[in-house]
Write a protein that binds this ligand. Structure first.
Ligand code: UDP
Ligand code: MG
Length: 149
């Protein structure tokens, strides 16, 4: 089953949005397979965002991610990578649709509350980086009420 990496950024934690974010993924029917609150070092944040290292906003982005604790999660389900991105909304919150997390809870691009993997490939890499211990092995007993088969 497909998995994605979701991270509530320091502003989301500070603003008390952890429960709200988890609730949206849970209520959709996705399965929580990993969860931790942690503060990361600069080198770790730089590795996570390595693809963006040439961007002018890179050092500000790293400052932001290391500025406080983040909540790192693995979510699992059919189509969770793409659907997770839809639940999160467009990168710039002023362009994110209402009803998305960024559309409902953010204004500035540099304070957009949440990260989600942009492809199955990045999800695999990000889960390996953030959860070297692996995901938690469990299945929901309501699976047949969420999936036809
Ligand atoms: N970002 C920024 N300024 C920009 C573009 C991006 O501060 O002009 C930040 C923003 O927090 C974004 C993150 O860099 O979420 C990663 O950028 P990406 O293009 O991967 O957007 P995402 O995948 O998070 O929607
Ligand atoms: Mg991205």
């Amino acid at each position: 089953m497909e998995q994605t990496f979701i991270m509530i950024k320091p502003d989301g934690v500070q603003r008390g949005l952890v429960g709200e974010v988890i609730s949206r993924f849970e209520k959709k029917g996705f399965l929580l397979k990993g969860l931790k609150l942690l503060t990361v070092e600069r080198a770790f944040a730089e590795k996570h965002y390595a693809d963006l290292s040439a961007k002018p906003f890179f050092s500000g982005l790293v400052d932001y991610i290391v500025s406080g604790p983040v909540v790192a999660m693995i979510w699992e389900g059919k189509g969770v990578v793409l659907t997770g991105r839809k639940i999160i909304g467009a990168t710039n919150p002023l362009a994110s649709e209402p009803g998305t997390i960024r559309g409902d809870f953010a204004i500035d691009i540099g304070r957009n509350v949440i990260h989600g993997s942009d492809s199955v490939d990045s999800a695999t890499k990000e889960i390996a980086l953030w959860f070297s211990e692996g995901s938690v092995n469990w299945q929901s007993s309501v699976h047949p009420w969420v999936y036809e088969s």
